[in-house]
Design a protein around this ligand. Structure first.
Ligand SMILES: [Zn+2]
Ligand SMILES: [Zn+2]
Length: 233
């Protein structure tokens, strides 16, 4: 695991020195924008439902909700809980284009996902074009690209496309979120999908967006869809 992270940063070549912790500004540990203390305190989501990634008191193959309503995905790898410092690092990437935060997060994700069941391809959830225009970049893709490279996975960056525009999910409750994302995606014409795909997004809240994309992939003949997310709210 540690080696995956070291290889990942070595692959980036010489960078600005000295490394500073992006969370507390203390000196970083090794070639990492994170100090030893902040690294120790990272909210890894090890105790979770294997099916939906929901944080639980202890790891379980299914939570109560997944027993009652089995979700479309075979498994969910939510690397972190959405807690400090993820609640600061992810918005820094998302709203401020902080590439150092993105690089650190991608490295930590590569470490956290190195032991996960290996899909044949990684498919990022696309941002809608109108929001891409406002923001200038797509944070899920900015994380998925270095992650795919670190794990030597094919990245199908354009496999999913946004269909109709949807309202920002953050403004809706769980029920409205499901309706809001219905038909939100379409597949790129002529795209060839492998039998096992991992969908990637930065944050999973109710999971409605990811589930909608997963259903589309399953309907298109993908036998197994896993969800990979940076943080689970
Ligand atoms: Zn620190
Ligand atoms: Zn569950």
């Amino acid at each position: 695991m540690r080696r995956v992270l070291a290889d990942f940063f070595a692959g980036l070549g010489p960078a600005l020195l000295p490394w500073r912790c992006l969370v507390c500004t203390d000196p970083g540990e090794g070639a990492l924008d994170l100090c030893a203390a902040c690294r120790r305190d990272l909210p890894w989501n090890h105790c979770a439902c294997a099916r939906c990634g929901l944080p639980l008191p202890r790891p379980a193959p299914r939570c109560g909700r997944c027993l009652g309503h089995p979700p479309v995905q075979a498994s969910t790898q939510a690397v972190f809980r959405y807690a400090p410092p993820l609640d600061r690092l992810l918005p820094r990437l998302k709203f401020h284009g902080d590439l150092a935060a993105g690089r650190l997060l991608a490295g930590l994700l590569a470490e956290g996902l190195a032991g996960a069941p290996r899909p044949a391809a990684l498919v990022p959830i696309p941002l809608h074009r109108s929001r891409l225009r406002q923001r200038g970049y797509d944070q899920a893709l900015e994380l998925a690209r270095p992650l795919a490279r670190a794990l030597a996975l094919p990245l199908l960056a354009n496999a999913l496309q946004r269909g109709r525009a949807t309202a920002p999910q953050s403004e809706l409750d769980a029920r409205a979120r499901r309706g809001n994302v219905r038909g939100a995606f379409r597949l790129a014409p002529g795209i060839a999908l492998p039998a096992h795909v991992a969908l990637f997004d930065d944050v999973m809240t109710t999971g409605a967006t990811l589930a909608e994309a997963a259903r589309l992939l399953r309907r298109a003949g993908v036998a197994r869809v896993d969800l990979w997310v940076a943080a689970r709210a």
